[in-house]
Design a binder for this molecule. Structure first.
Ligand SMILES: Nc1ncnc2c1ncn2[C@@H]1O[C@H](COP(=O)(O)OP(=O)(O)O)[C@@H](O)[C@H]1O
Ligand SMILES: [Mg+2]
Length: 362
């Protein structure tokens, strides 16, 4: 039996000093959930003097809906003999909701029988608010990054199209004019024709450069011929003249993907393959696209030197960006890698649109 009346005056004073030194609400209760001791912080929050609390049960001093929680958790601790930790909310005297983290533990006598409970309850409203704020600002950052990503993609597509269509046309016209001129200049002096030939080859080179720049911005092949062709174009570009061989595998080639899906897959593969070329020292890489019900599964693997994932640096923006692209479409991405063991990137993208913001709201 623990009872204030049964412990000596000095011990009682020590218990009081110990309890009052705790800045959070703290209390002791007996087996029947009656308060044996409460500290000053408790009394201040409750707003009643100690003598009206001691010997009472929670339902005699707290509003029913709050008392119900206290009694239920007290009984759970008494029954299980285990410590319980939970978060609860309660309005303060001004009516605004405050959050508390409460820990309740059993008290045992010298024979191990449970004779009561001890509890402590900390006001965590500020922490809760900061956590909510963090979650909110993380979601906002994600939205902003997604927005910037898609604006950037649109902008690239527009510039690519304009370069290709407008400047491309101009260069073609220029080349035709040069051809016309060349037909008509006299054979002598030869220098004139040589200069015209040189001009023509400069225009030819500009057309090649222009096509490369436009395709780097956004390959039109992606919009015109689809993902499979764009991937073939990409791998061909990356393997030209190098030691790396890239194997492409598709379980279906006839799928017309929504444009946001093909863009995401293309950009993920582009970043993954660029990383392989830049960092992996691999001789072989594999890109595989398969389908599992309503999901597209993408796998990019290499036989290169791999990396230590544990010490992931914050500045791995390429890898983060790949994950974000998958997340943006409601999918996910995983990286498997270890030093000397190559790297494998796996992404799942739903083909039926459900954006993360919609699922997060559930
Ligand atoms: N396929 C890979 N093989 C080995 N290391 C890789 C591979 N992909 C990425 N890495 C490592 O992860 C780091 C981060 O990649 P990333 O975020 O794309 O940034 P960046 O390519 O700009 O360095 C790289 O610097 C490299 O050390
Ligand atoms: Mg990179």
């Amino acid at each position: 039996m623990i009872c204030c009346g049964m412990i000596g005056h000095d011990a009682q004073q020590q218990q009081r000093a110990l309890l009052d030194n705790i800045p959070d609400m703290a209390w002791l209760k007996d087996r029947d959930c009656r308060y044996l001791a409460v500290n000053t912080a408790y009394l201040e929050i409750l707003g009643v003097p100690e003598k009206l609390v001691l010997g009472k049960t929670p339902d005699e001093i707290w509003p029913p809906e709050i008392a119900e929680v206290y009694l239920r958790t007290d009984r759970a601790v008494l029954k299980s003999g285990r410590r319980r930790r939970y978060e609860e909310s309660r309005p303060d005297p001004t009516g605004s909701i405050r959050w508390f983290e409460t820990i309740k533990s059993p008290i045992r006598d010298h024979e191990g029988r449970i004779v009561g409970t001890v509890g402590i309850s900390r006001d965590i409203s500020e922490r809760k608010a900061a956590e909510d704020e963090l979650v909110k600002s993380r979601a906002q950052l994600r939205d902003l990054s997604n927005y910037l990503q898609s604006v950037r993609e649109e902008e690239r597509a527009r510039i690519s199209r304009e370069l290709h269509d407008e400047l491309g046309q101009t260069l073609t016209a220029l080349k035709m004019e040069l051809g016309w001129l060349r037909e008509r200049v006299p054979a002598e002096p030869a220098l004139l024709r040589t200069r015209l030939d040189r001009l023509t080859s400069i225009v030819d080179q500009s057309v090649v450069d222009l096509q490369r720049i436009a395709a780097d911005l956004r390959p039109m092949i992606l919009d015109e011929l689809g993902l499979v062709s764009a991937m073939q174009w990409l791998t061909q570009n990356l393997t030209e003249g190098g030691v790396l061989s890239i194997e492409l595998s598709f379980d279906r080639e006839d799928v017309a993907y929504p444009s946001d899906v093909s863009t995401a897959v293309f950009r993920i593969v582009q970043e993954a393959l660029t990383n392989i070329v830049r960092h992996s020292r691999a001789t072989h890489a594999r890109v595989a696209i398969s389908h599992d019900r309503d999901e597209l599964l993408l796998e990019v693997s290499d036989n290169g030197r791999g990396m230590q994932l544990a010490n992931t640096k914050r500045e791995r923006l390429g890898l983060v960006g790949m994950g974000e692209r998958a997340h943006m479409l409601g999918g996910s991405m995983n990286i498997e890698s270890a030093p000397g063991r190559g790297t494998r990137i796996l992404a799942r993208l739903p083909l039926i649109s459900h954006k993360p913001s919609e699922t997060a709201a559930q």
